[in-house]
Design a protein around this ligand. Structure first.
Ligand SMILES: CC(C)(COP(=O)(O)OP(=O)(O)OC[C@H]1O[C@@H](n2cnc3c(N)ncnc32)[C@H](O)[C@@H]1OP(=O)(O)O)[C@@H](O)C(=O)NCCC(=O)NCCS
Length: 167
């Protein structure tokens, strides 16, 4: 079933919950956006990891009026806190406010599930992301060790920067 997460928003940008039928094009979109992380082996996601994400949490997607996939974001409900990840916008459509729209939809979703705060984790090798998330209202709260299921092409000093925002 299609869930319109924000009926009052621009009808050309209607975030909805992804379904199993969206899986393969979501994998293509996410891997294309995350190709920028070329210091890591392999791809950001695949069938197994995408299915696991869809079981553990939810993926919100943004499509244009013709149904083309523009972007996505992952949300997970962790009691009073929520987690946001896998934010991805089609490289050809970046820089036009789509991430803002996706993050707003994710925050609305988490609020409706009773979350009072949202957490994210950013790789220290992607310092350009910190000001983007600060603009979204996130602040740095700490660091943790890199523990992704992916390895580096060459050994690198990398950790995760934790950021949070009250909802
Ligand atoms: C990060 C990403 C989701 C941003 O998507 P986007 O649709 O281009 O972002 P928006 O157009 O909504 O811009 C959001 C804000 O960030 C700023 N911004 C976007 N890209 C930026 C960049 N490379 N450097 C600095 N600021 C940037 C914008 O100016 C905007 O701020 P403003 O509203 O004050 O002008 C997109 O670049 C992407 O998919 N990257 C690859 C995947 C990734 O790295 N995801 C995040 C991992 S934690």
């Amino acid at each position: 079933m299609t869930t319109n997460l924000s009926p009052s928003s621009n009808t050309a940008l209607r975030p909805r919950l992804a379904t199993a039928a969206d899986r393969d094009r979501l994998i293509a979109l996410v891997n294309s956006a995350y190709a920028i992380e070329d210091f890591l082996e392999g791809t950001r996601t695949d069938v197994e990891r995408m299915e696991s994400s869809m079981e553990k949490g939810e993926i919100l997607i943004l499509e244009d009026s013709a149904g083309a996939l523009l972007g996505c974001v992952y949300v997970e409900f962790r009691g009073p806190r929520g987690y946001l990840g896998m934010l991805a916008v089609d490289p050809a459509r970046q820089g036009s406010g789509l991430a803002v729209r996706l993050v707003q939809a994710a925050e609305d979703r988490l609020r409706r599930h009773g979350c009072q705060a949202v957490d994210i984790s950013v790789l220290s090798l992607r310092p350009e992301l910190i000001p983007i998330y600060r603009r979204f209202g996130f602040v740095e709260t700490g660091t943790e060790a890199f523990a992704f299921p992916r390895t580096f092409k060459t050994p690198m000093d990398c950790h995760c920067i934790l950021m949070s925002k009250a909802l």
